[in-house]
Design a protein around this ligand. Structure first.
Ligand code: NDP
Length: 313
């Protein structure tokens, strides 16, 4: 059976940064890309907030460059989806991983960078207009709606934070809250309520996103009166939470209530020796490409130190 010194699961900024560092440390990393090679950034158009790109870069190109950088130092990138893991609890133990339900391999260390997926409402009009004005990331895409009117769905801390972020850029932000209260912390609610150009509509849900190629408006429904109203907008932001991609680790790794992997202190160590987590799979708060890349670096350093402590490297 093939044995890998450093197996990296996931190919977003966290996975590829881990690969760059692991390859340079001679850990001969193998990256399994997962079902969305390149991760969430491949669904974004322009990335303007990653340091080092003064003119911006489009998400897919950036991920190709990150892959090339990892390969330059000897990373092996394989198209494949890890479908099952059997993680050892022993220090120095060997972990077993099944790829595409068929191939079993062994790994001395594993870096999990499987990311998280934004939740969407699931309406056909919303899905059709993703990339045409429907976005799940205000910090990534808000700038494209500078001086325009937008709406945001959600009532948690993310929605509240993104609403105030958008209010600085856009002329008006309509916030749709499905209940008669917001889930967000009181401090965040206070900020929303004190921002003049945010209008909060309670008991309100999306009925349909209007527009053929791009978003032109929103039809909303009040879920107590069933009354429908329309507003003109050019951008719709969905901020109803993320789902970390951790199903295959359930019962083996410690997770919080929402399924995010728990890491120890400032490190990327999970509760099992030799298994590390980096990127959005262990971060529900920052979720930026640059923070994911930072923790990818940390995971590779943690893996190297772990192998070093065993005398295996
Ligand atoms: P949350 O799960 O906290 O909130 C999701 C929100 O979306 C809820 O208000 C929920 O409504 C609403 N929602 C869910 N599904 C739908 C739907 N189908 N239609 C309409 N609304 C819907 O997710 P967040 O991303 O906001 O936050 C995740 C975690 O990260 C939280 O623990 C949060 O505190 C933390 N966080 C902290 C920040 C900070 O401290 N600066 C910043 C960002 C996040 P309902 O309330 O009715 O269930």
């Amino acid at each position: 059976m093939e044995r890998i010194k450093c197996l990296i699961i996931g190919s977003g900024p966290a996975g590829y940064t881990a690969a760059i560092y692991a390859a340079r440390a001679d850990l001969k990393p193998v990256v399994y890309t997962g079902m969305e090679p390149g991760g969430q950034l491949t669904t974004t158009t322009e990335v303007d907030n990653f340091p080092g790109y003064p003119k911006g870069v489009d998400g897919p190109s950036m991920m190709v460059e990150l892959q090339q950088q990892a390969e330059r130092f000897g990373t092996e990138v394989r198209i494949g989806h890890v479908t099952e893991v059997n993680l050892s609890k022993e220090v120095g133990g060997i972990h077993t991983v099944v790829v595409d339900s068929t191939t079993t391999i062994e790994a001395e260390t594993i870096i999990i960078s499987t990311g998280a997926s934004a939740k969407y409402l699931g309406l056909p009009s919303e899905q059709r207009l993703r990339g045409g004005g429907v976005s799940a990331c205000a910090v990534c895409d808000g700038f494209f709606y500078k001086g325009q009117e937008v709406a945001i769905v959600g009532a948690g801390d993310t929605a509240a934070e993104e609403a105030t972020y958008l209010a600085n850029i856009c002329t008006k932000v309509t916030m749709l809250v499905r209940r008669d209260v917001m889930r967000a912390s009181k401090a965040m609610q206070h900020r929303v309520n004190n921002t003049e150009n945010i209008e909060v509509l309670y008991n309100t849900e999306v009925d349909e996103v209007l527009g053929e190629q791009v978003v032109e408006g929103l039809r909303m429904v009040n879920n107590t009166t069933q009354e429908k109203t329309e507003i003109p907008i050019t951008g719709l932001f969905i901020a109803i939470g993320h789902q970390p991609n951790t199903d295959i680790f359930k019962g083996q790794l410690d997770m919080d209530d929402a399924g995010y992997l728990i890491t120890e202190g400032k490190s990327t160590k999970t509760n099992l020796p030799g298994v590390f987590a980096s990127g959005d799979v262990q971060d529900k708060e920052y979720r930026q490409a640059v923070t994911a890349a930072g923790t990818g670096c940390m995971a590779a350093l943690d893996a190297e130190r772990y192998l070093g402590s065993l005398g295996a490297h």
